[in-house]
Write a protein that binds this ligand. Sequence first.
Ligand SMILES: [Zn+2]
Length: 340
Amino acid sequence: MISRRSFLQSVTLLSATTSALAANKWAQQRTIMTVTGPISANDLGTALIHEHILVDFIGAAQYNPQRWNDEDVIKKVLPFLKEVKNAGCKTIVDCTPNFLGRDVLLLQRLSKESELHIITNTGYYGGSDEKFLPPQAFTETSSELAARWIAEWENGIDGTGIKPGFMKISVNPGTLSKVSQKLVEAAAKTHLRSGLTIASHTGPAIAAFEEIEILKKQGVSPDAFIWVHAQSEKDPNQHLKAARMGTWVSLDGVSDSNIPQYVDSLTLLKKERALHRILLSHDAGWYEPGKPDGGNFRGYMSLFKQLIPALREKGFTNKDIDQLLIENPKEAFTIKIRKL
Ligand SMILES: [Zn+2]
């Protein structure tokens, strides 16, 4: 007679095995998950790996998707998506997490109407003094939180069937708070079951290396981790150190006003042979519910109009540009369990 406890353990083990097998299947097929379903990693094309369609800063306590109207958002945002599609972009990774305006049906409509691949996420946002965290982020264990995120991966988000293509979490800057540590642990556990890459809003290096240590303790390789907003760290040696550990270093604040800084950073990274770990994007967009007409929406063009021509002038080749905008995003977002 098998005890209830060992029966439950073997069921858990079996479902972990099934899940790992499923994740292996994704890895073999080199798949990336978009809001319209899985695509071959080779179809990702030129990708902006950190952008936003909509962000609502109201906070988890007052969070309510009724605060925006899909038609209004589409009218405002679609022209910007079409503009960047015409510039050669094929994919937008939407980094707006749950409780900050992640609206996957809206993203799916925008994807179909713009003919861009759009990728959404699972995970919780712990930065901004934990204002965007739901109550369970404080009360549940990392395993319980991971179970929620894994369920979104396995069954789809909020009954839509739309699956996340990566995790987006966020931690406080500086030494990690207990809650931030727990979110990183939950992300590690989710990764080991799903193969989803972990993008963490981080900023300066202290928090980034603490996160990498937590991931390693959980048995997750640094190449499953995207150090988001790494440009906030001003010491380029920290970027190099992370890149050499295999981490993805996301320089995702490109705008018309900072092209020379990006050219300098990238020139150094190229000289140090680290371009293969670097991701670029604008962190632009941001239809803001509650503001007239969604506020001041920022388009996604600086990279195409300003940065790429400036890099070419500095001797960057087509191969370098493709590495940054096609090959690295493809590698970073391919669903694959990456163990130490
Ligand atoms: Zn962002």
